[in-house]
Design a protein around this ligand. Sequence first.
Ligand SMILES: C[S@@+](CC[C@H](N)C(=O)[O-])C[C@H]1O[C@@H](n2cnc3c(N)ncnc32)[C@H](O)[C@@H]1O
Length: 423
Amino acid sequence: MSNSGYYTRRSAVRLLDKVMEDGRLLNDLIQSGGLSKLEPADRARAQRLALDTLRNLERADRVLQKHMKKTPDLHVHNVLRLATVELCLGGAAHGVVNDAVNIVAKNKRTAGMKGLVNAVLRKVDEKGQAEWDKLRVPRLPKWLRKPLAQAYGADTMLDIEAAHFAGAPLDLTVKEDAEGIAEAVGGVVLPNGSVRIADAGQVTALAGFKQGQWWVQDAAASMAARVLNAQPGETVLDLCAAPGGKTMQVAAAGATVTAVDDSASRMERLRENLKRVQLNATVVVGDVMAQEGQYDAILLDAPCSATGTIRRHPDLPFAKDGSEFGDLIGLQEVFLDHAIGLLKPGGRLVFCTCSLLPDEGEVQVEEAAERWADVTVDRDAVLIDGVDPAWITEEGGLRLRPDYWADKGGMDGFYVAMLRKGQ
Ligand SMILES: C[S@@+](CC[C@H](N)C(=O)[O-])C[C@H]1O[C@@H](n2cnc3c(N)ncnc32)[C@H](O)[C@@H]1O
């Protein structure tokens, strides 16, 4: 790391503090300028340091416990955690330890801890790496581990945690010619038609970005629009659409799309995305519940706990505690009922969430089918390319998990189901 290492590391620690203290998500912090004072290369490094620390937090704490009598305050603890992860992943001790000591020393509130930070990190440097290699794969915090273990069993839970720890490759959804694009970007075509790149580097520098030939979207998330299977000329309502990964798939299929989302800033990104890939949609910044009309097909990608995306967002288990999930589940139910009301007779609706919690997937669909006498779950519709029939659940939806396709680099946790309205 260059001599800007100090500012980079201090910024990364500040991100960690805000995730853990204020429950803020890393992406939101970065998008609202959390790293704006850094040069682009240092910004990327700070983000990577924060992500590495969160992914390895349990391991860092286990190593630190051995060399400290008491847990220090959160900020000092985060300085130690970040440095421990760097040291144990092979970082050069001189820079790592000096910067950690300076971060603590230059803050009046924590200056008195600089001796401790120095002493602890010297011990971590001496012994940490040998201890590190013997540590277990980090586990999810109890509040999330418990419901997931209940849903999937203890063994699967370990597989899911291993997938979270492994992180995620970059997946692209292509407009056309997956083989050609895979060759151009040095990737492979996945069984569902997405293109996967193991070590992508800067996304905007990849072949075909400027020409709008593809967009970034996890392979699992791309399954929702594939299940919807929009046809040219159909009217499709994309509810909760921003930043538009699925809108672009539906528009690319030739359907007439209306994309709705109540976040003006996220819809600005959707507009930019549509422009880059040269596709069209009617863009509505508005509430799901305010939508009217009748559509051939609807895609509802409801706001959810996002617990399926922990591979990419290891901050989530530390920023959240599950307390807002009840409200989200309530919202999903209300949105689902409103969306069903907007279907033409004979119309179809895809409900999806990037959640691993059955309450945000299987249970929603099962209960909606009970509430609506003229709505059925179409279990054949989810059997698309790349789907193992064993992934189809009792009520007829598709449960995708991070431990699936383990040999290919996994996939996000996701749920998709197709509901059909009677004539
Ligand atoms: C899972 S994200 C959507 C991702 C998007 N479908 C895609 O593929 O890129 C959920 C979205 O729901 C939107 N949302 C939340 N509450 C909403 C509401 N009441 N009305 C409209 N959109 C809402 C959020 O702004 C967020 O963009």
